[in-house]
Structure formats: C-alpha cells, structure tokens
Design a protein around this ligand. Sequence first.
Ligand code: SF4
Ligand code: SF4
Length: 394
Amino acid sequence: MNLIYIKFYLNRKRYSSKNSKNAVRINMSKKIKTFINQYTSNLPRLMLQIVFLIIVVVIGFTFSSFVNLLETGTIPDFERPPGVEAFLPLSALVSLKYLLFTGTINSIHPSALVLFLIICLTALVVKKGFCSWICPIGFLSEMMTTLHVMIFKKKINLPAQVDLLLRSIKYLLAGFFLWNIFFKMPVTSIERFIQSPYNRFADVKMLKFFTDISTTSMIVIGILLILSIVIPYFWCRYLCPYGAVLSILSFLSLGTIKHDASFCTDCGVCEKKCPGLIKIRQNKSINSSECSACMTCIKNCPEKEALKFSFFPGKRAVGQPVIAIILVFLFFMGISLAKLSDNWHNKITKSDYLQYIRQNSMPAMPWGLKGKIAPEKMERMMQKMIELQEQSKQ
Ligand code: SF4
Ligand code: SF4
C-alpha cells in the first residue's frame, strides 16, 4: 500500500513540476509575443528607429576610429563624420545666436546647427516626432518601458502632481541654457566661445567622455538606466532639455492627433497606451506638449474613425508611412542644402585635431600627470604634424 502511495506521490510531483515548467514556458512565449507584437504593430516607426540607430552607431565607430588613428600618429585617409555634431547641442545653440546676429553659419561646428534646425523643423510639422521616430535615446527609453511592463506586469506611473513637478526640470534646464546663451552672452563672447579649444574639439571631448568614462559618470548613467526601467520614459519625460525645446515648438505643429467623440466608445484604451499620459478623450485636438506623434493611440483604438493624425482640420488622415517619409525628407533636404552651401563639413583640419590630441596627451607632464600615448607614438605624431605643416605651406 505504502509503495503504491509513494509511486503516486512521485508521479504527481513529476506531473506538477512538468506542468509548472510548461506554464513558465507558455508565460515566456506570451511575453515574447507581446513584445514582438508591440513593436511590429508600429513597423514604419520601428524601421526608422532602427535605421537611425544604425546611422548613429556607424557615425560613432567612424569617429572613434578617426580619433584612434590620430592618437597613434596616423593621419586617417577618411573624413571625420559631420553627423557626430548632433551630440553637441550647446555648440548648436551658440551657433544659432551667432547666425541670428551675424547672418553667417560659423565653420567650427556647422552640422551641429544644421541638425538642430532640422530637428526643430520636425517639431513644427509632426510634433515631437523626432523623439519617438528618430532619437536613439527615445528608442532606448521605449525598450526600457517595455522591460518595465514585463517586470511589473503593467505600466506604473508617478502620481500626477509628482509627474507635473518633475516635468518642470527639463524646462528649467532648457531655460537655463537658452537664457544664458541668448540673453546673457554678448556676441563677442559668443565669437570667443566658438573659436575656443573647448568648442573646437568638443566632439573629441564628448567621445573621450564615453571611451575614458569616469566612475562617477558610470554611476550616473547606471542610475539613469535603472530609473528609466522603474519610471517609464524617465529621461525623456523629466530631464531631456532637447525634448523641452521640441515640446515648446510642437505647439505650432501643423500635424496633430484629432479625436472625434462621435465615433468614440469611451473605452479608454488610447489613454492607457499613450506614452505621454495624455488625456485624449477630453480633447478634440491633442495639443499636449508631451505628444510625440507616436501613433500608439491610433494603432490601439478599436474604433477606426475615432482618432486620426492629420495636418489640417477636416483633412485626410495621415498614416505612419507618410510621417516616416516626411521625417526622412526633412533630414535629407536639410543635409543636402547644407552640403550644397558648404555648411556641412567643419573647417578644422586633421592637423589641428592631431595637434589638439598631442597637446592633451603629453607623455610626461610637469605636474606629474601620466600621459596616455607612448613616446614612440608621440614621435610619429610630431613627425606627421611637421609633414602636414610643410605640405600646407607649399
Ligand atoms: S499615443 Fe497618441 S496622444 Fe499619446 S503621444 Fe502617441 S500620438 Fe500622442
Ligand atoms: S481608444 Fe478610441 S474608442 Fe477608446 S477611448 Fe480612445 S478614442 Fe475612444
């Protein structure tokens, strides 16, 4: 009798553990399916996000190789990718003031200004579409939010008052930079800043920030990543000053989400899915500064006519492919015009970069700091510089 019971017990245990394993497997595949569905239902947007992410990675690698070669005393036989200046928003703001006061685009970081103007233009056409269709940080925030939902089973947002308070940080940051550059800095200081080594080689400094990252920076980035998992869109919603500028400009956007209450069944799905936490049902037209034209609300709305994105009241709805084409067109046209008018590549020579890198990586410094470049490499760099200087004299 006892033997029968033990057999029964073992079988039951085996069966239940098999069952629980199956349940875990089903649960996992369900989560993966939800993850894939969420992304593939926004295919044009996802494709654009991936394309721009690849472009940013290629630019990063090319620039890193450019600087690495210079550090070994070799002059690269390829050009520095101008797109790297997309990560120099301060240079772009200073250049914008210089342009407004002098009518000329400075030649130190022209593509920083060009890309800044293109991004601002996108906000006048498709709201904060740059954030949800192009920006790699926006893409990363979106993935972190998906991870958040997978961990917590649903989106947990901060209480409305805390959210409002925290949202003011990005406007304060943007206001601080705009106020200081546009109202406090005289044009003479602007000119000095543009020509300063700090600004001229800001791209190298920015690269070094990531390649020679300090422990403090790593801790800060780590905290931001964790916060982005715990609080959906933490960086984009509360801290990004670029996003704050686009939010303000997006009030003038030609395109907006329109809500037609006569077709709406008040199910609330759109608001539940909206990454901007916007009260969609209360409005005819979504004028919120948080709308990033991500089209998630439209994709999830069960009533075909209740929500649409259009450029003028009463006009035809515009779908995701049209927004993707508009964004690509704006970037393509802006960069092409900059190239044609010779405002794309900067006028800093490879010899200038070499000299800057040499000065900032001395093998032995009088105050005891250790250099990063081996003496033989330094010698080769010096040799190259002399050659370049001689070539430029001829
Ligand atoms: S879900 Fe709709 S309302 Fe919300 S941010 Fe995206 S497009 Fe704007
Ligand atoms: S998802 Fe569509 S039907 Fe439901 S509340 Fe939003 S607009 Fe109305």
